[in-house]
Design a protein around this ligand. Structure first.
Ligand code: GRG
Length: 290
């Protein structure tokens, strides 16, 4: 069942991404072409799906949140393009294809990422059919989650601060990985007009899902296969990063990922609505191979 639902979401999200990022026939088309190469070339699309599911969970029953959901995927793709650059993780493959900078060169990849981030906020601002104060509140939450107190801050710690203990590692994960997932869940609630109690539950769900997700990512970087992952394994080791696997060992990582997944599921049960799709996604991410 879940595969069919995710496939339906994927098709709708990708056709909207295609529209938002259409080539306008201008001399600057190469930057949009490079962005489209990364944006439309695979990926699980879990962040937009999470936003749309929380939107539905809070009683909304329309397509008004799609632009906002696509903006999350654009921001996520920008972070992947920049993360692969030689000045960051220096990875040559992503989503089963040469990384953006390998295909288009470093400066075009840098600009493609910058453009995706900028156009993402333009897409959010074009959320039509919903009260403006909800849209503004969601944009404000999202910008906080991807700025220095969120994803960027996590990347700064990851790339330039020695991470020597569990507490620091999980703080970094909370910023680098959880913040955007948190924004997905919370913005879905905000756009649907959910109250503060629902926002709190969405935050708890996404923080725990994000931690489980990142721990699984670390485990896959050690035990996964490049063919299935669509990116090289051993990237963390190559870059000398301290990961959950390095600090805590594989079996504790598996136990922690299970515990965080259970915490996420129990936050979902606080919603008085049908959470079956989110439950299935949450469980599926624990056993994912890519
Ligand atoms: C702003 C440069 C910059 C980086 C921010 C998000 C990030 C930090 C770096 C990207 C690399 C990374 C390992 C991030 C952690 C989150 C994560 C596991 C991303 C991969 O997300 P998936 O599995 O990817 O959803 P797909 O390809 O399925 O969309």
């Amino acid at each position: 069942m879940i595969d069919g639902i995710l496939e339906e979401y994927r098709l709708k999200i990708e056709s909207r991404l295609d529209m938002i990022n259409a080539l306008p026939g201008q001399p600057y088309d190469p930057v949009i072409d490079a962005a489209r190469y990364s944006l439309l070339g695979g990926g699980k699309r879990i962040r937009p799906v999470i936003l749309l599911e929380f939107y539905k969970l809070c009683g909304a029953n329309d397509d008004c949140a799609y632009n906002f959901a696509c903006a999350l995927e654009m921001i996520h793709t920008y972070s992947l393009i920049h993360d692969d650059l030689p000045c960051m993780d220096n990875d040559d493959m992503r989503r089963g294809k040469p990384s953006c900078h390998i295909r288009y060169g470093e400066s075009m990849a840098l600009l493609a990422g910058d453009n995706l981030l900028t156009e993402a906020f333009a897409a959010c601002a074009k959320t039509l059919g919903l009260p403006q104060e909800r849209v503004l509140r969601a944009i404000s939450y999202l910008s906080g989650a991807v700025g220095s107190a969120g994803m960027i801050g996590g990347q700064v710690i990851d790339t330039s601060v020695p991470v020597q203990n569990e507490q620091m590692l999980f703080r970094m994960y909370s910023l680098k990985t959880c913040a955007l997932i948190r924004a997905a869940a919370v913005c879905g609630v905000i756009l649907a007009g959910g109250d503060d109690e629902k926002i709190k539950l969405a935050e708890t769900y996404a923080e725990n899902l994000g931690l489980a997700f990142q721990i699984i990512d670390d485990l896959l970087d050690v035990g996964g296969t490049a063919d299935v992952l669509g990116k090289p394994v051993g990237s963390d080791d190559k870059n000398g990063k301290n990961t959950a696997v390095r600090l805590l060992g594989e079996s504790r990582c598996r136990a922690l990922a299970t515990q965080y997944t259970e915490n996420a599921l129990s936050a979902l049960s606080g919603f008085n609505a049908d959470t079956s799709v989110l439950k299935e996604i949450t469980e599926m991410l624990l056993t994912r191979e890519k």
